[in-house]
Design a protein around this ligand. Sequence first.
Ligand code: C2E
Ligand code: MG
Ligand code: MG
Ligand code: MG
Length: 277
Amino acid sequence: HAKNLGKDNFQYYNKQLSLNVHEQLKIEQSLKDAIKNGELYLNYQPQYNLQTHKVIAFEALVRWQNKELGVVPPTKFITIAEDTGLIIDLGKYIFDVACRDFIQMKKVDSELHYIAINVSSVQFKDPDFVQDVLKIVEKNGLKPSDIEIEVTERYIMEYSEMNLKAMIDLKNLGFRFSIDDFGTGYSSMNYLTKFPIDVIKVDKAFIDGIPEDNNNVQISKAIVALSKSLNYKVVAEGIEHEKQEDFLLSIKCDIGQGYFFSKPLSIEDALKVLKDN
Ligand code: C2E
Ligand code: MG
Ligand code: MG
Ligand code: MG
């Protein structure tokens, strides 16, 4: 009986695998033309000053709507874009659209601090990356300090002299940096101080359990305290309930982001939010 079960499991696994490979290939093929066909667009999720409840920034989040595949979430296609190198063109396109939209946002609310853009580690390995993003920012009439580049903690862990240099060059040009998904990638405190970081984003995984889960409460508390003592700003990601906001405010977390405040918005809706900001 155990043997049969094993065999069934194997077949099931195989089916799943071939389906995934097929899906992967389909995504890869369609993604190649996605920019050209105008299928990619950006949503913007507001970041709130927890004390004043004002929107201080937006994070750009890419969206892909394909005729055959429907809406494909970034968690599905970013990895494929990275593995195939498509992320280089895609990343430049995202940067450009985000800059253009940020100009619109600033026209409505001149006090907006920055636009946060997620950048993949593969983009940093492109030798032209620093020059390319600088060109895009200048072409759009923005300053590097208008841009916060979000890199994941995993990226920091792939430490090399080369990616550190790219980050330091960008930092010297005036770009801001945040570490995304902090706490999930085993980043060592040593790497943390080596990189030119401005902001730490506490991963949703820790925010989820607040206030019931004492471990998550203590971890969030420690991350906020650590960020403060190293002079980083701190953003809590994935706030869904008022109780989480209350707690984060009580431990002096600066900035909050999450469905409790707002889901990611179209540019039109983001501009509406700014009208009453
Ligand atoms: P991330 O940068 O950590 O972005 C936060 C993700 O959590 C977003 O998912 C956002 O919609 C979602 N989120 C925000 N608040 C809440 C909440 O309160 N509850 C829940 N359940 N979710 C919340 P999204 O847009 O699907 O993006 C997923 C990931 O894909 C991003 O995680 C980022 O790593 C990557 N990604 C998105 N856009 C880009 C991009 O333009 N470039 C690159 N390289 N990666 C991107
Ligand atoms: Mg992010
Ligand atoms: Mg994150
Ligand atoms: Mg996250």
